[in-house]
Design a binder for this molecule. Structure first.
Ligand code: FAD
Length: 391
């Protein structure tokens, strides 16, 4: 028989956050309760960019979490980022996505793929919130099929000239720095390059602002590039490697959106638990229906499971291990859960859920987008299925 004595007492896996991360989580929660909770409903109704929330997040150090220390960040990494984003999104998904895009779609790839000059020029200001980032990949004819993009980058001496509209750009109207993906040749994938484009470059314009179902305080706009001259020094990584940069970045971004979904799901479950717990009989025993209790039990269990999926992918990413499959699983499961939990909260709270007397109706509207951006649900299934079926 195999000797298993060496396994006795072995700690194979730890489901607890470290004490440092628990402290950080408490700090993020306290921040979200203080800075976001009192304002989130108003920002949503007014459709106003949560400038105060984003500035406060910068002061708290939340905009430098993916930035190396030598460039002014805290370099806390993906797991800490997920922990923080769950807290922010539990109170305000519009502020949450602004911080997520800035950190995971702009600062992180700039830190990873940028050269020292590029990092020195932008990262310290991004860490302080003096520069806010936006990510310009999507176009009218290229969403899920990102490699179909047509925005043009023509080399002209020591610069590139960029032309073409980018659609659905989160924080586009407020951002100071864009990562723009554009075509440097006709080759479908190898013809895509990534550029660092400052909002003040002549020819950069903000077009139509979208009127949206949810995350209404997060401005989503068209970014117009009209003969924008970008110094060749602002090419991110090598010419032709933009698609690799885009896909690698989206693995991190998906963890941000998974954490957003976790935040919305948790807020929905917390609200539901609070309201159901108030329904007691004369002896103080739970008096809500068994159907309601089962729904609460299912949601609470699935929430814990979804969080572990997300943290697993984040831990892999922090270790530098490819995590495309795991990040897709996390986003797939958390985003569906956020939608179900929010709908259940509205259903079981009845009038209080649907009327705006509680935040449940906002959770329903905010949850919907988590199944669309940074790879729609079907695309996450495609990524997971490909990984499952690959030899
Ligand atoms: C609020 C908001 C903010 C956004 N922010 C940004 C941003 O900051 N930067 C940016 O670059 N983009 C952004 N986007 C764009 C977003 O990433 C795209 O909307 C998303 O990738 C889906 O693309 P699409 O809308 O073109 O839908 P389509 O690609 O047309 O997909 C429509 C449907 O078809 C399904 N589908 C498509 N292809 C396949 C396939 N091969 N197999 C199975 N099903 C498929 C999809 O799952 C989806 O359900 C944002 C979008 C929204 C709504």
């Amino acid at each position: 028989m195999t000797d298993t004595s060496a396994l006795a007492g072995a700690k194979l896996i730890d489901f607890e956050l470290s004490s440092d991360l628990r402290e950080f989580q408490a700090r993020a929660r306290e921040f979200a309760l203080r800075e976001l909770r009192p304002n989130a409903a108003r920002w949503d109704v007014e459709g106003a960019y949560p400038d105060a929330g984003v500035r406060a997040a910068a002061t708290a150090g939340f905009l430098g979490i993916t930035i190396p220390r030598e460039y002014g960040g805290s370099a806390l990494g993906s797991l800490a980022s997920c922990v923080m984003l769950e807290e922010l999104n539990a109170e305000c998904a519009s502020t949450g996505v602004t911080v997520s895009v800035h950190n995971s779609l702009v600062a992180a790839p700039l830190a990873k793929w940028g050269n020292d000059a590029q990092r020195r020029r932008y990262l310290p200001r991004m860490a302080k919130g003096e520069m806010i980032g936006a990510y310009c990949l999507s176009e009218a004819g290229s969403g899920s099929d990102a490699a179909a993009l047509r925005c043009e980058a023509r080399k002209d001496g020591d610069r590139y000239v960029l032309n073409g509209p980018k659609l659905w750009i989160t924080t586009g109207s407020e951002a100071d720095l864009f990562i723009v993906f554009a075509r440097t040749s006709d080759e479908r994938v190898k013809g895509i390059s990534a550029f660092l484009v400052e909002a003040t470059y002549p020819g950069v314009g903000v077009g139509k602002k979208e009127r949206k179902l949810g995350i209404r305080a997060s401005p989503t706009v068209e970014i117009l590039l009209d003969n924008v001259e970008v110094p060749a020094a602002n090419l991110l990584d090598e010419e032709g490697n933009g698609f690799t940069v885009a896909l690698d970045t989206l693995d991190g971004g998906r963890l941000g959106i998974a954490s957003q979904a976790l935040g919305i799901a948790r807020a929905s479950v917390d609200l539901l638990r609070d309201r159901l717990a108030r329904r007691t009989d004369a002896k103080g025993r739970p008096a809500c229906s068994q159907a309601a209790q089962w729904e609460l039990a299912d949601l609470a269990a699935e929430l814990d499971g979804a969080r572990f999926l997300t943290w697993r992918a984040a831990i892999l990413r922090d270790r530098g291990v490819p995590c495309g499959r795991e990040a897709a699983m996390a986003k797939l499961v958390t985003s569906r859960l956020a939608n179900r939990a929010a709908r259940s909260a509205v259903a079981l709270l009845g009038e209080e859920g649907a009327s705006g007397a509680t935040a449940a109706e906002r959770y329903v509207r905010d949850a919907r987008i988590t199944e669309i951006y940074e790879g729609a649900t079907d695309i996450q299934r495609l990524v997971v299925a490909r990984a499952e079926l690959s030899p």
